[in-house]
Design a binder for this molecule. Sequence first.
Ligand code: ATP
Length: 603
Amino acid sequence: MSTNDVTKRPSASFQSLLRLLPYAKPFRMHFILVMVLVVIFNGTNVLQPWLVKVAIDRDLSTANPQIHGLVVISALYVGSVVIGVVANYFQILVLQFSGQSIIRTIRLDLFRHIERQSMGFFDTNAIGRLVTNVSSDTETVSQFFTNFFLSMIRDGLSLVMIVVAMFELNVRIASYAMVLIPLLFLISLLFRKQLRQRYQRTRTRLSNIVAFLAENLAGIRIIQIFHQEKRQARHFNVLNTAHREANVAEYQLSVIFNRTFELLGNAAVAAIVWIGGIAVLHHTILFGTLYAFISYIRQFFQPINSITQQWNTLQSSMVAADRIGQVLMVEPTVVDPPQPAVVSDEELEGQVEFRNVSFGYKADRPVLRHIDFTVRPGQLIGVVGATGAGKSSVMSLLTRFYDPNEGQIVIDGMDIRRLSQVDLHRIVGLIQQDVYLFSGTIADNIRIFRQEISDDEVVEAARMVGAHEMISRLPQGYQTMLYGKGANLSMGERQLIAFARIVALNPRILILDEATANLDSQTEELVSQGLQAVSHNRTTLVIAHRLATIRSADLILVLDKGRIVERGTHESLLALGGLYADLHAKSGIEYKPEETVHPMRRS
Ligand SMILES: Nc1ncnc2c1ncn2[C@@H]1O[C@H](COP(=O)(O)OP(=O)(O)OP(=O)(O)O)[C@@H](O)[C@H]1O
């Protein structure tokens, strides 16, 4: 299962970005349009100083200034500004639209891909890591499709156009200016590297604050009960101060860099004024040409600055693309057969067999060994054992969250690997300890597995498990909105809704991981009755934490360190005087044979 692990250190390779390139294919016309718009925008930028030069040299530097020529130049100047602005507007709009559309598709694919992974994938990949993949990594890659692409085209082209215009004006002065290009790139790259490190340090420290805050708010009750507020506040202050220091250091370097660049820009202008001024005095160039040179030198700095900035964008995009690629490359380990068997509800009996099943989350660490048992249709079996004995693992195999390493799990004589997972999960219903309710109404939650059922059927399902009265008492009844996994309901109420959900699904086989939480006696009674209703007429496998729950089970399996060490009915196991009898004694429930009324009694 280690192949599922996508937490290996990502590498910054251009290959990983190229792998995402097919996502950009549907937008190639958009990108071509952006390039055309960039050429127009850059053209207007380079044209403007040229127009001023023409105005100075042709129309103003003569004995008789040409008013008509000036008017034309001014009109052309205004026209070029307007065209430039419009081209820039659409260039940004089209590029953002394309970039964000590409990211939307990548994000969707990533989400769908993660959703269909097997459980083993989630064991090896922390949820936080995956959330980052879907949110921040995709956002970082979007910078490649927008900022990086735009900068390479716009700034690269802009630099070329300015250089050409300068050489066009005067080869000698243009050659002097060329010395600046490598110098500016060098300074810029050196600063950028440092700036990036400082930027990342600030981000990391900010994430520390966010993580600390989230953890504290989640555990606020414990913090208050144990009066840890001051200690936590001190810790928070340390993190906060660290962030401030990183932030100030980042801005300090940023200011030094920007001012250095500005200083160089002004020094270059001064040099051009000096060299160009002498040339004007010697009549080798005209005054307008000098003006145009000064303007181009000023324009020169911006693209170089911007291109070097993209180096960082490229680096982080490559790392993010690599992380996304690692997730996209993982294939689910539990897969449907090419031609799944078709089972009709009428034919289903619901017999479950484990045939010599062995399993480990990691191949070299078995947690279940040679599990062998049969549950006949409609029977109820209880699985008990100390914590970590392997009870949940048995159930996880029956739902195919994982596949066994050895042996077979069979329903009505058919290996469950021959069924599609959709069919399997229709046949095998699962009620987990920690009931997961989705944001939405209670009715939505009851019909979550079968959207097509009517409102009446929703109410009927709730009635059957005894949840109807409880739901009706809520101000909005079945339309009550549930938030944060149903946090606005009590544990018992959540359980009843989970039961109703299963009754609505009506699976032939039911797995029930009994909740360990203590319920008050009235709710416990309600939940017990709900359990009885939900397991009625179904093959039921219960992970029992209270032995009382399975006292009247048809069969009880006692697990110890992944093996079935005892099996039998409650009475026979007590009589055996082994592990079950021990567990029973420890659970503090004194067995009374005459006590016959119990929730899980078979009807
Ligand atoms: N996702 C997992 N990845 C790796 N090991 C796991 C995973 N889930 C459980 N285990 C290990 O497998 C063994 C059996 O765990 P399992 O959850 O099946 O026991 P259990 O009897 O259900 O325990 P409990 O009553 O505490 O829920 C334990 O050693 C546990 O640490």
